[in-house]
Design a protein around this ligand. Structure first.
Ligand SMILES: [Zn+2]
Length: 111
């Protein structure tokens, strides 16, 4: 699998990759319940629009998330992530990711 070949998240599939600091970045398909600001283009994400939640699980513990336009996530964010792979959407539920964030990934060390 190379480049953008992994596509974008759907109701069945999420994507998981790593940023350049070794934090996990999970790309999850979502429908917006309120107005969000996309960090890619700084434009609005309209209510009820199909978009991408990027949930980070930090290498040292903790989580944070951002809401992106689908196209911005594909063009601006995904190319910066390493080892981006499709994973079943059920693995990317908020409760599971928050649980991951509660235990630091001790085996990953800064190079
Ligand atoms: Zn955008």
């Amino acid at each position: 699998m190379s480049g953008a070949g992994s596509g974008l998240p759907s109701t069945r599939w999420s994507l998981r990759g790593y940023d350049d600091e070794g934090n996990e970045a999970w790309l999850i398909r979502s429908i917006s319940a309120k107005l969000y600001r996309c960090p890619g283009c700084h434009g609005d994400i309209e209510i009820a629009s199909d978009h991408v939640v990027v949930q980070y699980v930090m290498r040292l513990g903790g989580t944070e998330h951002h809401h992106w336009h689908r196209r911005c996530a594909e063009e601006l964010l995904a190319p910066d992530l390493r080892d981006l792979k499709r994973v079943p959407a059920g693995e990317s539920s908020r409760s599971k990711l928050e649980a991951r964030g509660r235990r630091p990934a001790g085996r990953r060390r800064r190079g």
